[in-house]
Design a protein around this ligand. Structure first.
Ligand SMILES: [Zn+2]
Length: 129
């Protein structure tokens, strides 16, 4: 006896929901707006003055920065104050793009899994007698 989760109508509904999500994800990437490589990041700093509060743990900042992956290692790139708003907007779009690509890959995997299951459920070998 098949459970409801294995029936064709259930799987068709599931695939169509995944397809709608996938299409929406793809369209959210087609904005054509500028992006900047790196994840938004905040940096706290010491200034080096002897009697400053930052020597007792209360550091300056947070200052806007980007965490950038270069050849496998993380680099922190400070953002100039004047550039902060536009750079962070561009970096947020980059982050969204990265996360959405990962979501699309997960959905592709799920769709593939269902299609392979349907293939196996409905395929037999032809054996002439
Ligand atoms: Zn200080």
């Amino acid at each position: 006896m098949k459970s409801r989760r294995e029936t064709l109508p259930y799987l068709i509904e599931k695939i169509s929901i995944l397809n709608i999500k996938r299409t929406n994800h793809i369209y959210s990437l087609l904005h054509g707006k500028e992006m900047i490589h790196g994840m938004p990041h905040e940096v706290l700093r010491k200034c080096g003055k002897k009697n400053c509060k930052c020597n007792k743990g209360s550091k300056h900042g947070p200052y806007p920065a980007l965490s950038v992956n270069r050849q496998g290692s993380q680099k922190i790139v400070m953002i100039k104050k004047a550039d902060a708003a536009s750079v962070l907007d561009c970096a947020k779009r980059f982050k969204h793009y990265q996360q959405t690509l990962a979501r699309i890959r997960r959905i592709d995997k799920e769709i593939n899994h269902i299609l392979v299951k349907l293939k196996m459920d409905n395929t037999t070998d032809y054996i002439p007698v």
